[in-house]
Design a protein around this ligand. Structure first.
Ligand code: PRP
Length: 189
């Protein structure tokens, strides 16, 4: 699929504009600044979806934090979770006794977050919380605490600002809803 070609044929409508996203980052950043005051949290970005959100969020946080990344994937290029979360590349930082904040673009089934939270706790983190931009509850398969989130979303397929469709469209500045026919077309290829 050509990258961002004919985007109007793919995107049904914008769900969150750049300004909406900025407002969410500001609000979350303020809350996290209060909640992590006096702490030195380790911010763990879940690649690849979280890249844009993380970079905007941490610049709204006035906290002495460190950043590391973990590349985890359960979807690959598939449209449905495989149910198996794989570590593609791991953290470089020891999380023992650290206050860890996982940053994610979206929580959907909840399997990725559950996997990450359990792993980091097992490694001895002092606390493990998460901050996700979008909280999609319709497909949740397990009960999981989502301590911070920007907005709830319905069951639409959303792309942009890190969120992908078959690994494309992450670089859109806004978050849009995919046209159902675009999804059907790709599924039949
Ligand atoms: C996406 C997203 C979250 C996860 C959420 O990642 O970035 O990490 O799925 O879904 P879940 O709640 O159903 O587990 P994906 O595995 O597609 O990798 P990516 O971040 O590289 O796109």
């Amino acid at each position: 699929m050509p990258k961002n070609d004919n985007i109007d044929n793919i995107i049904d409508h914008k769900l969150f504009t750049e300004q909406d996203i900025h407002n969410m980052c500001v609000k979350l950043g303020k809350q996290l600044t209060e909640d992590y005051a006096g702490k030195k949290p380790l911010i763990v970005g879940a690649l690849k979806g979280a890249i844009f959100f993380l970079t905007d969020l941490v610049r709204e946080m006035n906290v002495k934090e460190q950043i590391d990344f973990m590349d985890v994937s359960s979807y690959g290029d598939s449209l449905e979770s495989s149910g198996q979360v794989k570590i593609i590349s791991d953290l470089a930082t020891d999380v023992k006794d650290r206050d860890v904040l996982i940053v994610e673009d979206i929580v959907d089934t909840g399997l990725t977050l559950k996997f990450m939270k359990e792993l980091l706790k097992k490694r001895g983190a002092k606390s493990v919380k998460c901050c996700v931009l979008l909280n999609k509850k319709a497909n949740r398969q397990i009960d999981i605490d989502v301590e911070y989130y920007g907005s709830k979303v319905g069951n639409e397929f959303v792309v942009g600002y890190g969120l992908d469709f078959m690994s494309f469209y992450r670089n859109l500045r806004y978050i849009g809803v995919l046209k159902p026919e675009a999804i059907k077309l790709a599924a039949n290829k």
